[in-house]
Design a protein around this ligand. Structure first.
Ligand code: UDP
Length: 239
């Protein structure tokens, strides 16, 4: 299976279905980015982050914002929530007796996330785990590399987790690595996802904003600005 990239805001996004993305991630190495409108906005202001995004081995549209943006440009690509892709990868890698490393979130959160995953997934082999509040990246890099994981899950928030994975990539060339934002909090039971009906309506972002009003600042004006920029992109493409 080859990548079939669609372009948005100057970046390639893979047009895989959920199952294809799991398969592709399992069979290839490198960095998976679960991209959202905030990340496009960061990339437009931070050339180093733009480079990381362009050099990722797999880029999936994490939320409804990117799905809508792609639709405006005429591409029908369904969103792939990072929290679901991350879980599916853990299940797949465990089934194949592969090893896993998890880095990120608060100490009690990662501890509970690992505990819950162990209860849920038979064969789970976590060879390394660490919370996300450390000052010495090098020490963590060395420990992860020694553990030789096949799958590395990093939940430090964006863009920290993407830079972290990018730096680790050359030292663990055989591993699949994914940045997962607040997913460990969900797996630990510290944060609940929106009810299915909100998810299906593409309104998980609204649910999270109501539950955590401090997120409002992150979504506005980023989300409407992103849609506006994509509309401009479509207008220019039509010329
Ligand atoms: N985090 C971390 N180290 C840091 C900053 C954040 O481990 O220095 C964790 C934080 O505890 C949370 C995750 O990164 O578990 C980021 O969550 P957020 O909700 O910001 O992610 P999103 O899914 O919105 O990108």
């Amino acid at each position: 299976m080859d990548r079939d990239l669609v372009k948005i805001q100057g970046f390639g996004v893979d047009s895989f279905s959920f199952d294809e993305a799991v398969d592709y991630a399992y069979n290839h190495h490198g960095q998976i980015v679960t991209v959202n409108p905030e990340m496009f906005s960061t990339a437009s202001k931070m050339p180093d982050f733009a480079k990381v995004l362009s050099s990722a081995e797999l880029v999936v549209p994490d939320g409804v914002g990117v799905e809508i943006g792609l639709k405006i440009l005429g591409h029908r690509v369904k969103r792939i929530p990072g929290v679901e892709l991350g879980k599916a990868l853990i299940v797949k890698f465990s089934k194949e007796n592969k090893s896993i490393a998890m880095i990120g979130a608060k100490p009690e959160v990662i501890e509970n996330a690992v505990k819950n995953l162990k209860l849920e997934i038979p064969n789970l082999n976590i060879v390394y785990s660490h919370d996300g509040y450390f000052s010495n990246d090098e020490a963590i890099f060395n420990d992860v590399v020694s553990a030789k994981p096949d799958l590395v899950l990093v939940a430090l928030g964006s863009p920290k987790q993407e830079f972290f994975i990018n730096s680790l990539k050359s030292r663990l060339p055989e591993a699949t690595m994914i940045g997962l934002g607040g997913s460990f909090d969900v797996w630990a039971g510290a944060v609940n996802r929106a009810p299915k009906i909100w998810q299906n309506l593409g309104l998980e972002w609204l649910y999270r904003t109501i539950k955590e009003p401090q997120r409002f600042k992150r979504i506005f004006p980023t989300l409407p600005l992103f849609v506006l920029n994509v509309c401009k992109e479509r207008l220019f493409a039509g010329k």
